[in-house]
Every structure is written in C-alpha cells, then in structure tokens.
Design a protein around this ligand. Structure first.
Ligand SMILES: NC(=O)c1ccc[n+]([C@@H]2O[C@H](COP(=O)([O-])OP(=O)(O)OC[C@H]3O[C@@H](n4cnc5c(N)ncnc54)[C@H](OP(=O)(O)O)[C@@H]3O)[C@@H](O)[C@H]2O)c1
Length: 160
C-alpha cells in the first residue's frame, strides 16, 4: 500500500513554499498516528522544511537529483520513488504529490477552514483528487483547542 497524506486549506493551499501557513496540533497528532512506524517519502524541499529531521520512528526517504551529503543526514536519498515492501506514506510536497498520485492507493487528507493570505507566486497547492478515488471515511468538523481553527479528516481509496 502506498498512501499520500496532506493537510490543505479549503481552497487547496498546502504551503507557502517553505512551511505550512497554519499551526494545527490536532493535525500533527493525526499525522504522527498515521505515519509512525512506516517508511515516509518526501521531496527535498519538504525535507528542508522539517523543523526536526529525520522524523523519528519512521524511515525517511527523500526524492532528489542531488547527491546525498550533510544536507540529507538521517535519510535515504533517491532520484526515483523507492520500491518499498512495507506500507509507505508520501509526505509531499506539491511536486512529489503530483509526481506520485497515480501510484497512490490511499489518501489521508485534512481539510482546514482557513484562507491563507499568500501572494499567488508563493502558494503551493494540493493535487486534484480525481474520480479514480472515492471518499471512504470523513470525520465531523472539529474545532482546534489551540486557536479555534475548524478542520476535518478524510480518507480516500482508489476505486477497485
Ligand atoms: N500541508 C501539507 O500537508 C504539506 C506537506 C508537505 C509539504 N508541504 C509544503 O509544500 C511545500 C514544498 O513543496 P514543493 O512542491 O515546493 O517541494 P517538494 O515536492 O517538497 O520538493 C521538490 C523537490 O523534490 C525533488 N523532486 C520532486 N519531484 C521529484 C521526482 N519526481 N523525482 C525525484 N525528485 C523529485 C526535487 O529535488 P531536487 O531539486 O533536489 O532534485 C524537487 O526540487 C512547502 O511549503 C511545505 O510546507 C505541505
């Protein structure tokens, strides 16, 4: 099983090119519960955006054309999607979601009721989920205890 996991605003923004333009501890907890113990695969820019790297308790894989080095310590670097035996999760960002969505079986998406005020040149967007996928589970809208943001979790699976 190959999964993709992301959080997006209602209009599809996942980042500003450097980081996620919100702070939602409940989503970070959800992300950890889903990915812990599994290999994770991310683009070089997402790797560089991590506050702590590698992410602990997960084998970190970074997609990059660059040679591994000090920048990649703690991760495996490869120019292509690694062929992994175990269930693995794609962590983004936008370039990597776009490049891998056709291989993905499952999508875990967090919708956040927020409209980041970003110049168009900086906004980075989630891929479109086409009708190859179906929504198989959706939580209720919840309100963050941290700063009142509303959010909900969704799971999509590739149709059989
Ligand atoms: N909201 C969320 O859930 C979420 C999750 C993850 C990231 N983000 C956000 O997304 C933004 C980063 O996304 P991004 O699209 O700019 O960058 P990205 O996808 O993280 O990384 C792009 C880099 O990955 C490598 N790469 C991309 N596609 C590849 C492929 N098919 N094969 C091999 N290597 C490939 C290239 O590295 P080289 O240039 O080294 O070759 C490319 O420059 C940040 O704002 C981050 O905060 C948000």
């Amino acid at each position: 099983m190959l999964g993709a996991i992301w959080a997006q605003s209602l209009d599809g923004v996942i980042g500003d090119g450097t980081e996620m333009p919100w702070h939602l501890p409940e989503d970070l907890k959800h992300f950890k519960e889903i990915t812990l113990g599994h290999p994770i695969i991310m683009g070089r820019r997402t790797w560089e955006s991590l506050p702590t790297r590698p992410l602990p308790g997960r084998t970190n894989h970074v997609l990059s054309s660059r040679e591994p080095g000090a920048w990649s310590r703690g991760a495996y670097v490869s120019p292509d999607l690694p062929d992994l035996e175990a269930d693995a999760w794609i962590l983004g960002g936008a370039q990597v979601y776009e490049a891998t969505i056709d291989e993905v079986d499952v999508i875990e998406r967090t919708l956040i009721d927020v409209h980041p005020d970003l110049p168009a040149s900086r906004a980075v967007y989630a891929p479109r989920i086409d009708d190859e996928f179906e929504l198989v589970w959706e939580g209720n809208w919840e309100t963050s205890k941290s700063d009142g943001l509303r959010y909900k979790f969704q799971r999509f699976e590739r149709k059989q």
